[in-house]
Ligand binder design. Structure first.
Ligand code: BTN
Length: 333
């Protein structure tokens, strides 16, 4: 289900195959390559490569040409063929669709659940008209700069607890930011912050589609641009602001999807303890005083532990202990 959706989607399958191959060769090279060399590597003629390059331009890829050859201009445009070829995952990201603009990638992912074989599909968009955040908030992201994606998990055997997937997604995002060189820390349940500024958010939703229980993991990760200040309630940041250089979105996407693949497999296999340990290692909230709203009630207390199935374990100021489920809770401090 490789697909790049939009007005410039190409018409002929064979031409698309060659364009995909040329794109993959250029992406892997990361440095200028001559037309003859490209034709040799692709096993075809210069003329065919030229046509493939024209198709890539129509697909929105920008090529830098110099005397030494041509290369992809950075940041490389998200492309389903690149995503599917680079991933080493068993479930998450087996198929990819990239849109220029959608309402919400979460909604598109649920729509795709009607097609058979869509488990593991990742839906990406360069921009969203109605990106959803947790607790009814909006998610804003400058076009073409960041990662806006949703992963569809068709959970026919009811192996995936909503709360455990929520925790797993946060851990995967925090680990991917660490792979990129930034120390992303988790804020309950799955915001990822750097120095208190929000880098990423996760919205996990579950719906029944026909006879299947479907979970969609929606992730917004600010890679090369933070949203404008007037659109956010709290300070926001981006990987590029933290690291001081432009960041390859595809490299971040790869580690994010591969790590999510790992944690989803752990949850499906009932291996919850490693997930708990990974969340605690990236969080550092144990022992902190917090205020949390859960099911409309306010809780104040000290964080004791996390249980991916039951939630955050809080020693309440008023006495006693309570588990606050991830799906329903939001931190105020
Ligand atoms: C939050 O922190 O409130 C969660 C934000 C989740 C935003 C992502 S962007 C991709 C996906 N599509 C949506 O509409 N929302 C999620």
């Amino acid at each position: 289900m490789t697909s790049n959706e939009g007005p410039n989607a190409p018409a002929w399958p064979e031409a698309t195959e060659l364009a995909d191959e040329v794109l993959w060769l250029l992406y892997q090279r990361q440095q200028p390559v001559g037309l003859d060399e490209l034709a040799r590597l692709a096993g075809t003629s210069r003329a065919s490569v030229s046509r493939a390059l024209e198709q890539l331009s129509r697909r929105g890829h920008v090529l830098n040409r110099s005397q030494v050859g041509l290369c992809l201009s950075q940041p490389v445009r998200l492309d389903a063929c690149l995503i599917e070829r680079m991933l080493r995952s068993s479930r998450v990201g087996r198929h990819a669709i990239v849109f220029d603009e959608v309402g919400s990638t979460n909604d598109v992912a649920f729509d795709c659940a009607r097609r058979s074989g869509s488990d593991g599909l990742v839906v990406l968009a360069e921009s969203q008209r109605a990106g959803r955040g947790r607790m009814g908030r909006r998610w804003h992201s400058p076009r073409g700069s960041n990662l806006l994606l949703s992963v569809l998990l068709v959970d026919d055997r009811a192996l995936l607890s909503h709360d455990a997937v929520t925790i797993a997604a946060g851990v995967a995002v925090a680990e991917a930011t660490a792979d990129a060189g930034a120390d992303g820390r988790l804020k309950w349940p799955n915001d990822v912050l750097v120095d208190g500024a929000k880098l990423a958010g996760v919205l996990v939703e579950a719906r029944q589609v026909h006879h299947s229980r479907c979970i969609v993991v929606g992730i917004g990760l600010n890679v090369n641009a933070a949203p404008p200040a007037q659109h956010v309630e709290r300070p926001a940041t981006s990987l590029s602001a933290v690291l001081g250089h432009a960041v390859d979105r595809l490299a971040v996407l790869r580690s994010l999807l591969e790590r999510l693949d790992h944690w989803v497999a752990q949850v499906a296999g009932g291996h919850i303890e490693p997930l708990r340990q990974a969340w605690l290692a990236r969080c550092g909230m144990v022992g902190q005083r917090v205020e949390i709203t859960c099911h409309g009630r306010e809780f104040r207390g000290t964080v004791l532990d996390v249980d991916p199935m039951e939630g955050l374990l809080l020693a309440e100021d008023s006495g006693g202990q309570v588990h606050l489920p991830a799906e329903a809770s939001s931190m105020r401090t």
